[in-house]
Write a protein that binds this ligand. Sequence first.
Ligand SMILES: *Cc1c(COP(=O)(O)O)cnc(C)c1O
Length: 511
Amino acid sequence: MSGSPSKRSRMPSPPQDPSRQASMQYYSSTDTGSSISSMPPAGMSPDHAMRRVTEYSLLDFKPELNTSSYVNVVQEREEQEVALAGLRINLADQTVYPGSFNLHNDTVNIVARLWNCPEPASFKEYGCFSGAGTVGSTEACLLGGLCLKFRWRAWMAQRGGLSKKEARKLQPNVIISTTFQAAWEKLFKYNDVDPIFIAPRVGCFCPDPEDIRAAIDENTAGVVAVLGDHYAGHYHDVAGICKVVREVNAAKGYQVAVHVDAASGGFVAPFQEEVPAWDFRLPEVVSISASGHKFGESCVGTGFVVWRQRENLSDHVAISVSYLGGKGESFTLNFSRPASGPMVQLYKFLRLGTEGYRTKVRAQMETAKFLRDGLKAMTHKGLPRWIMIDGGDSGCLPVVSAYLNPALKLAYDDIDFQHIVAEHHWYVSAYAMSFHHPVEETTLPLFSDAPATGTMMRIVVKSNLTMVLARNLLSSMTEAIEFLDGASEGYLDLHGTRRGKGTQHHTGHVC
Ligand SMILES: *Cc1c(COP(=O)(O)O)cnc(C)c1O
């Protein structure tokens, strides 16, 4: 027995492994002063190597106080164990991991049913809906965009009697709001797709379907509708966009399709009864993408893309793979990936169930309302302090968005506000009302009716933001405003917190 007195009294033998021995010299370590810029000539002990790796994250900020991003920060112990188990499994190797690939398919099936995808004809053959687990929404958006492009080329080839080779030279356009997320910048830059941007009105964030009607031409492969505009949480009018697309297609003989970028809303809207049909219930919607690590609540970066069917859609990007005793398909940009993503997502689906997601979404919407009401109640010289621009108390993401009332002619803007709130360890995001054109490399106004120099700010209510935290955030914001008022009235010195106007423009890269 290791606990017997005789064994305990025995002197421990000195460590045999010389690298282990070195690890005991914590304070006399010789490499603490060195930076890591090339591979060290000799190895080091496991615990020392681990320390050198993990010390980087000491320099990160507190993710729980970050309301500026959508990245989920709530993780359960069991979920972390599931994630670790998944790290060993490379989904590319379907010969060795057919079981894990089945798990991937089951997870995709749950997502497809959540979005009301009709069971495709190929379901029996493949045992799953046409879709894939991805690294995140970016990969899912790229895949959706590529299928729109290849589908359009097939149509152009047929229409103009072109060969496949000739059709490969044709470049389509995709219509999207100026408030697009940077994932789409990758589609336009990497995949030779021309963007057509529609600028919405300030405070609306949703492109007017009539503007989309005017923009559609024969080179239009598709329209992207966003379910959960990342700036302020609005759901685009997917039904209105589909109606316009249907009418144009009928009048002109086009076959324009709609992709719904539901990065955030894909795991919120299905649990909000008030939201009208936005998904595969609308016939023009051919594909939908979402992130698991946003409101899907996964602790690892995960995403999903689901196509309505295989034919003339996902088959354009399918690479068939065969494995022991079966056949399968790969749709993703990369073959190799850990199984952690779909495994953790399945864990979350089972853990929360429909009722769990519904309760969670309701609580987040209530917390958002508390913060929104708090901002609405703030006044200055008898005028509202904030102009609210988010989607309101229902039918949108749990996001609060506003900008400082220009009528107050304040000496500071929303970006200054963000910096002062950060002094309280809280992160809110502030942006200029401009965007970067990915092809022309110019900076343009985000809205049709507001100057590019305007600013705004946003708070994302994630599932960790309890009322205790939300109260503190609201008082931190109140104090930040008091500080900024005091500073601009000359009581305090801003110490250089004031930034040049227009220096911080929107990059769209908001995760
Ligand atoms: C976050 C987001 C993306 C990109 O998602 P990742 O999962 O970070 O790749 C794309 N579109 C929208 C609308 C988003 O909010």
